[in-house]
Design a protein around this ligand. Sequence first.
Ligand SMILES: NC(=O)c1ccc[n+]([C@@H]2O[C@H](COP(=O)([O-])OP(=O)(O)OC[C@H]3O[C@@H](n4cnc5c(N)ncnc54)[C@H](OP(=O)(O)O)[C@@H]3O)[C@@H](O)[C@H]2O)c1
Length: 268
Amino acid sequence: MTQTIGIIGSGLSGSGLARLAVAAGYHVVLSNSRGPETISHLVEELGPLARAATVEEAIEAGELVAIPLPLANFEALSAGELAGKVVIDQTNYYPSAGEFRRADLDAGELTSSELVQRHLRDSKVVKAFHNLDWHHLSFNARPVGDPGRTTLPIAGDDPAAKELVTRFVESVGYDVVDAGSLADSWRVEPNTPIYFWPYAPTIPNGLTEDEEKKYYLEHAGEPLSREKARELIDKAERPSPIGGTLDGLPPAHVAIFLELASAGTWQR
Ligand SMILES: NC(=O)c1ccc[n+]([C@@H]2O[C@H](COP(=O)([O-])OP(=O)(O)OC[C@H]3O[C@@H](n4cnc5c(N)ncnc54)[C@H](OP(=O)(O)O)[C@@H]3O)[C@@H](O)[C@H]2O)c1
């Protein structure tokens, strides 16, 4: 069984994944671009199963290596150091959020995870944990048999790598549905039915802004069965334009996100 998860990126989604993994008893080795000393507070909060390290150390230690960093920075990942690794791709294409824009992604010639796989040519990339927000990533996790347990999609080209990631996702609190290959993964990208909304609560009308934020943080989305998740994937139509945007997401989510995304790091 996988014991240690290396994490490259310790912002919102990286720390969400770390919380989830530590709660399930995994060791996590967290890294970022600025160096281990800048995430000592996070590691302290996560407890003895977590440690801060350089990117190289996180790769070395991780039986699975997650890459929750801006897609814009994918070329900073070392294909050589990640060779042979199963890589969990949490990234999404948000061309509206910053400077990063690619004609091939905009034209749908390839998915963002195919782009990552093309760069990490000797790794086995599996898209997972990308389609729900950082808070509900850990908040929605439930043990097997719990009526609130929901389902996440994964996608990838290597069956053994998908199996490994499926076992990991299941062990941290989610059922899994196979959304197909990396080429198929547009079906689970931003603006598709299984992206974001099934995992976030419906906020009741009539709340103040602060009450909305509290409600958002204290509730999960309605659980998705595997069958329902499969239906959402099957009925996806290729979004046009391609790529995510913060427009249209619940104001409470956007407000909390903007408060936390300190100094615009998310946009790089
Ligand atoms: N936010 C969400 O709810 C959410 C949910 C699912 C998926 N995602 C996806 O996850 C990715 C990250 O989003 P986020 O919201 O977590 O962003 P974030 O809070 O800004 O965190 C990004 C992290 O990536 C690190 N990083 C950037 N470039 C790096 C590099 N070259 N080497 C090592 N670390 C690097 C940053 O390190 P420094 O701080 O040192 O610069 C930071 O720790 C995006 O692709 C996003 O679409 C986000």
